[in-house]
Design a protein. Structure first.
Length: 134
């Protein structure tokens, strides 16, 4: 198996899982910022103040952009962490508010895609960026 072939497959797999992640975060971030009625209802149902939707919207949009842009290793790590905090927090919030598996599973399934995107990201990451690896 050639290194070029395995790198190509890795990049393809990365984009197959990353495009839906970025699409979900761009869409939900925009919906949060626009305070669409279904988002406002969900935020109220989960017990969050209205302004929290703006905070989430900004961070979701920035996270999606950073994950999609090549390079940016350190910001990308922060973006992935933020995505996981958002998604696990959403699942826990849904479970606590009695939404059951129907409410908790979608963010957990997206979290699995985020984890896959993270695992398939460009090799090297922070250590290579900082010059710690030759």
């Amino acid at each position: 198996m050639s290194t070029d072939g395995s790198q190509t497959r890795r990049k393809l797999a990365f984009w197959i899982v990353t495009v839906p992640v970025c699409t979900a975060f761009l869409g939900s971030g925009a919906a949060n910022l626009l305070r669409l009625s279904h988002v406002a209802r969900d935020m109220t149902h989960l017990g969050y103040p209205a302004y929290f939707s703006t905070i989430l919207g900004v961070w979701k949009l920035l996270g999606a952009i950073v994950v999609a842009v090549p390079g940016l290793h350190r910001p990308k790590e922060w973006a992935y962490a933020g995505m996981m905090f958002d998604l696990t927090g959403a699942a826990i919030s849904r479970a606590v508010m009695g939404d059951g598996a129907t409410g908790a599973m979608p963010p957990l399934m997206l979290a699995m895609l985020v984890a896959g995107s993270w695992a398939l990201r460009s090799p090297g990451g922070l250590l290579e960026e900082e010059g710690s690896i030759s």
